[in-house]
Each structure stands twice: as structure tokens, then as C-alpha cells.
Design a binder for this molecule. Structure first.
Ligand code: C2E
Ligand code: MG
Ligand code: MG
Ligand code: MG
Length: 276
């Protein structure tokens, strides 16, 4: 084995790891107590039209305001919420909050991330989406659900039913983190997606790597051929923006344009969106 790695089969338990395990237990326990409470916030990261550079949509991204650990990013607690099943009530809370908030902004589209655990609930997920739309008054065409490609592998036929169910509600579908999973190109052809989001790993490498450029060009071409809209995630520099626009990418999201922002900060965004 390489230097620094543990020999296989030997559990090396350091004080550091004990602390980590302890912190994880605390988080799990706190999560159970606080899902749906005001300890969570939804931030909104705008997505921009490459042509007009105006915001056309926002993505809802959850944060946990933990009383002890401070502001936690989803990477710290979504995996715990998924393992415990708490992602189902948490995901419903995010969806309802996002729909209610964005219903107040004419013409803005909101996209909400859906965990594979929620997706596997099938009919229950559809019911939750239906109720969130009805209670918020958000028109279905202004809601988009972001799903990662790996959920399609598990039970392809059932996955197709759920996707068709979502489309039947009039809601849009995006494939998130495209290019990082294991799905076949055939899924893109046969499943009713409206959009693919190019994973930010490729976008981040655009200026240094011919390979990344080739991959991004191929994804944009795929989108065009299959009549899917293409969004590039994680655009951080003017150089990446210029390259992507030239390559024909229609929509851009990333720190170069805007970071995830609070509901209150959406006001600053509004004057640049075209109302009706
Ligand atoms: P994602 O859906 O792919 O979201 C994009 C992530 O990239 C967000 O991280 C966003 O803040 C970050 N990002 C955006 N632009 C840039 C950039 O220019 N540079 C860099 N370095 N990062 C950028 P965040 O908010 O920490 O979320 C991480 C992941 O957690 C999300 O990835 C999504 O998979 C998951 N997530 C977030 N909110 C929810 C939720 O409500 N439900 C579920 N199931 N998952 C969520
Ligand atoms: Mg996403
Ligand atoms: Mg993504
Ligand atoms: Mg992701």
C-alpha cells in the first residue's frame, strides 16, 4: 500500500477520528430534532442567460444554521439526512419554502435539488410536488427539479415513470452534475429531461485543459442534438464565461456572476429580470 494509507483490514482509530464520529452523532441527533424548523435556510443562486447576462432562474440551496457548529453547507449534513431518511421531510421543507418564496417574483424560475432517496419514493414525491405547487400558487412551469443521473440506473423503468409523472405535472426536469455519473447517453434520449447541467469540475478546468474543453464542447453538442438546454455550473472567471459563450452554452451559473443569496437579496436581482 502507498505511504500514508492504512494497511487493509486494520482499523486505526485516532483521537481525531473519535471527534469526527462524535460530531457526526451530534449532527444526526440534532437533525432529527430540527428538520422543518427555522434552523434551516434556503439560499438562491441565480442562473444567467449567456446572451443577455440577465438572471433567468435561481437554484434553491439549503443551509443549516446549527446552534453549535454555525452555518453548515449541505455536504456536511445531506449525506446524514439521506442515510437516516430525514432528507424526505427536509427536502419537502426546502421545496415548499422555495415555491412559496419564488411565487412572489413574477417570471422567475426556481430549481430544487431532489435527493435519490426522495426520488425513490416515487408517487409520494409526486404528491409532495403537487401539494407544494398548489399551496404556493407557483405555476408548474416555473418549477424545475434537479436530479443526478445515477438515480436512473437503479430501477430504470420505475425511474422513467417518476420522471414522466413530474413532466405530467408541467414541471421541468434538469440532469444535475452531468458527466460525473454512470448513466448511458441513451437515458438522455429516452428520458424527458429539459436541461443538462455541466458539472463544475469540467468548467473549472476549461482554461487549463484541452480535455475539459473537448468534454464541454461535446456536452453542448449533445444538448443541441437532443434539444436540451445546457447550463454550465461553477463559472468562476471571465475567461471561462467567454469560452462558454463562444462555445454556445446558453445558461451560466457560478461565483463569477452571483453567489447563493438570501431571499431578501433577490430584490437586487429583480430589476434586471424582464417581467412579462
Ligand atoms: P449542486 O446542486 O450541484 O449545487 C451547486 C453547488 O456548487 C452549490 O454548493 C453552489 O453553492 C456551488 N457553486 C455554485 N457556483 C460555484 C462556483 O462558481 N464555484 C464553486 N466552487 N462552487 C460553486 P452547495 O450549496 O454547497 O451545495 C452542494 C450540493 O448539495 C448541491 O450540489 C446539491 O447536490 C446538494 N444540495 C444543496 N441543497 C440541497 C437540497 O435542498 N436538497 C438536496 N437533496 N440536495 C441539496
Ligand atoms: Mg443542483
Ligand atoms: Mg450540480
Ligand atoms: Mg451536486
Amino acid at each position: 500500500h502507498a505511504q500514508g494509507e492504512e494497511p487493509p483490514g486494520i482499523a486505526f482509530f485516532s483521537a481525531d477520528m473519535t471527534e469526527q464520529v462524535q460530531a457526526k452523532r451530534t449532527l444526526e441527533h440534532d437533525l432529527r430534532r430540527t428538520v422543518g424548523s427555522e434552523d434551516f435556510v434556503v439560499l438562491y443562486q441565480p442562473r444567467f442567460s449567456a446572451a443577455t447576462q440577465e438572471p433567468v432562474a435561481v437554484e434553491a440551496l439549503v443551509r443549516w444554521l446549527h446552534p453549535g457548529f454555525g452555518l453548515l453547507s449541505p455536504d456536511r449534513f445531506i449525506p446524514l439526512a439521506e442515510a437516516s431518511g430525514l432528507i424526505v421531510p427536509l427536502g419537502e421543507w426546502v421545496l415548499r419554502r422555495a415555491c412559496a418564496t419564488i411565487a412572489k417574483w413574477p417570471d422567475l424560475v426556481v430549481s430544487v435539488n431532489v435527493s435519490p432517496v426522495q426520488f425513490r419514493q416515487g408517487e409520494q414525491l409526486l404528491e409532495t410536488v403537487r401539494a407544494a405547487l398548489k399551496d404556493s400558487g407557483l405555476p408548474p412551469e416555473r418549477l424545475e427539479l434537479e436530479i443526478t443521473e445515477n438515480v436512473l440506473l437503479e430501477n430504470t423503468e420505475k425511474a422513467l415513470d417518476v420522471l414522466v409523472g413530474i413532466k405530467t405535472l408541467g414541471v421541468r426536469l434538469a440532469m444535475d452534475d452531468f458527466g460525473t455519473g454512470y448513466s448511458s447517453l441513451n437515458y438522455l434520449r429516452n428520458f424527458p429531461f429539459d436541461r443538462i447541467k455541466i458539472d463544475r469540475r469540467f468548467v473549472g478546468d476549461l482554461e487549463q485543459s484541452r480535455d475539459a474543453q473537448g468534454i464541454v464542447e461535446a456536452i453542448i453538442g449533445l444538448g443541441r442534438a437532443l434539444n436540451l438546454q445546457v447550463t454550465a455550473e461553477g463559472v468562476e472567471t471571465a475567461g471561462q464565461f467567454a469560452w462558454l459563450r463562444k462555445a454556445g452554452c446558453e445558461e451560466l451559473q457560478g461565483f463569477h456572476f452571483a453567489r447563493p443569496m438570501s431571499e431578501a437579496d433577490l430584490i437586487a436581482l429583480k430589476p434586471r429580470t424582464r417581467a412579462g
